[in-house]
Design a protein around this ligand. Structure first.
Ligand code: ATP
Ligand code: MG
Length: 216
């Protein structure tokens, strides 16, 4: 029983919410809300389009192996994954934020973090952190975390964190400040390259409708 339509991999939360208007522009309406449903495969009004709900960081993997034909993933996630086997036709300009270095209030970042220094960096984004500090000539001990990075400097796990910031509210609530901008982040449409060749008739109209509906 192979599915002959197209499968789009999405994550719950802000990516799902901000993707709904793009789906609508492509004539796609999910039949269930993944926030309230426990289903991981969600149908749509179109028999030839289905959604799968996966962890944000797993989206590129599903698309890379062709288990999903398309997916929507943050630039942060794609940078860590490497993007192998993925065609990335569109910056969708949704789920926008900034990747930043943050420290405890009062930490003398510019005084301490100079060329040749060594610091402890806690982050989920190890590739981004490694590249950023290498470009500054700063040596780092990397501590990989999976969430709640804000805690690390407060309990002495690390000197700094590399994390995504939008309003800065979470940093502020924890007595942290952003001290360096690393990159602008938004979500991208990713497409399996073999799927694009085999199912272009179904995929290209979705790409075109998304392109026309990208927020300004
Ligand atoms: P999980 O919460 O399941 O561990 P996650 O934290 O990666 O996974 P989300 O918090 O839903 O999942 O983030 C999904 C994507 O949204 C991120 O990969 C990033 O591109 C983007 N994002 C993360 N934080 C923000 C933010 N504060 N503002 C805007 N976009 C964000
Ligand atoms: Mg999260």
């Amino acid at each position: 029983m192979t599915y002959t339509g197209i499968t789009l991999a999405l994550s719950k939360g802000r990516i799902f919410e901000e993707t709904l208007p793009l789906l609508a522009a492509a004539g796609i309406t999910p039949t269930e809300n993944p926030e309230s449903s426990r289903k991981l495969i969600i149908g749509t009004n179109r028999p030839d389009v289905r959604l799968i709900i996966v962890r944000a960081s797993d989206v590129p993997t599903y698309v890379q192996y062709g288990a999903a034909d398309l997916g929507i993933a943050g630039k942060d996630v794609l940078n860590e994954h490497g993007g192998k086997g993925l065609y990335q036709p569109l910056d969708l300009r949704i789920a926008r934020c900034r990747m930043m270095v943050a420290v405890r209030e009062g930490y003398d970042y510019s005084g301490i973090v100079k060329q040749g220094a060594r610091i402890r960096v806690a982050t989920k984004y190890v590739n981004a952190a490694r590249d950023h500090f290498a470009s500054k000539g700063v040596h780092i001990d990397l501590i990989k975390l999976y969430g709640s990075m804000e805690l690390a400097p407060l309990v002495g796990l690390s000197d700094v964190i590399v994390d995504l910031v939008s309003t800065g509210g979470t940093l502020k609530a924890n007595g942290l400040v952003a001290v360096e901008h690393i990159s602008e982040i938004s979500s991208r449409l990713v497409v399996n390259q073999a799927s694009l060749k085999l199912k272009r008739g179904l995929i290209q109209p979705v790409i075109d409708a998304f392109a026309a509906a990208i927020p300004k």
